[in-house]
Design a protein around this ligand. Structure first.
Ligand SMILES: [Zn+2]
Ligand SMILES: [Zn+2]
Length: 280
């Protein structure tokens, strides 16, 4: 089949754009032809991140509300005696909305002045390129946040002014993943928007890495250790996930990395809970 014919009138006008068909090309053609005004808006990455935060958090908020009346899921709660209330969830939601309105939106406009949105390429990435680029962005973000996090726990002034708010909850819950100070949120947003540019990623990989990071941040805070949790699926204990981050909220000088465990292992800041402690 002729590739240009297969890709519709919008792409025909733009000319041939990929030397060979790839798995993601049909999806990317649809994005370029139908969604270009939306995805090239400077606000798109922030809106994508915020809607993913809400969509990923809500199912766990429902499990928290149901509590012991949903025993087949609640039995996996890590700190069973600390169930979040609706008031706590509402406060986190209000705080996230406030941060996005007052800080993130103006930051997006300022960012647009020095880093305008680039035109969309016509070719999609291959599946391997997408996976490699998402992994690259996630590993880079993990390293950046690890360094930032260690500094903000070791320097009292930094902790008090920028990170202490996130530790108000000793037992994290999904909606508390964005219960952050404005500086922490803006720093994370800066990395999320500049890392894909630094690594020369395809826009689809940039958005995918954003979605994956939001999922992993929410999963860090869900407060449940499910048998299907990511840290149980990644081999060799290389991924921290909910149990490792829950421990960070209880023992704040351990488990600094947000996602993976290698930096904590190298720096000797890993903390693993033993079975007897879990039962206590
Ligand atoms: Zn946290
Ligand atoms: Zn911390």
């Amino acid at each position: 089949m002729n590739l240009t014919q297969a890709r519709g009138p919008c792409c025909k006008a733009a000319g041939p754009c990929s030397p060979h068909p790839v798995l993601l090309q049909s999806l990317w053609d649809y994005v370029v032809c139908q969604l270009a005004p939306t995805v090239t808006s400077p606000f798109f990455p922030a809106l994508l991140a915020f809607s993913c935060f809400i969509a990923f958090s809500l199912p766990f908020a429902v499990i928290d509300v149901l509590g012991k009346s949903c025993p087949f899921l609640y039995k996996y709660k890590i700190q069973k005696d600390k169930r979040p209330t609706l008031k706590m969830m509402g406060l986190c939601l209000r705080h996230a909305l406030y941060n996005h309105t007052v800080y993130v939106s103006p930051a997006v406009v300022i960012n647009q002045l020095w880093m305008p949105v680039a035109p969309l390429p016509m070719a999609a990435p291959t599946l391997i390129e997408l996976v490699v680029e998402v992994l690259g962005c996630t590993l880079l973000f993990d390293f950046q946040y690890f360094v930032w996090h260690v500094l903000h726990h070791r320097v009292g002034w930094l902790y008090k002014n920028f990170h202490a708010i996130h530790h108000e909850y000793v037992a994290p819950f999904a909606l508390s993943s964005q219960y952050l100070g404005s500086v922490e949120l803006l720093t994370m947003g800066f990395w999320s928007s500049t890392n894909p540019v630094l690594l020369k990623c395809h826009p689809l990989s940039a958005w995918a890495s954003n979605v994956v990071s939001i999922w992993m941040s929410v999963e860090d805070h869900i407060g449940y250790d499910f048998p299907w949790s990511l840290h149980r699926l990644v081999p060799c204990g290389l991924y921290g996930g909910a149990r490792a981050h829950d421990l960070h909220h209880r023992k704040p000088n351990t488990n600094y990395a947000p996602f993976f465990r290698h930096w904590d292992m190298i720096c000797g800041t890993t903390y693993v809970e033993h079975d007897k402690e879990q039962e206590a």
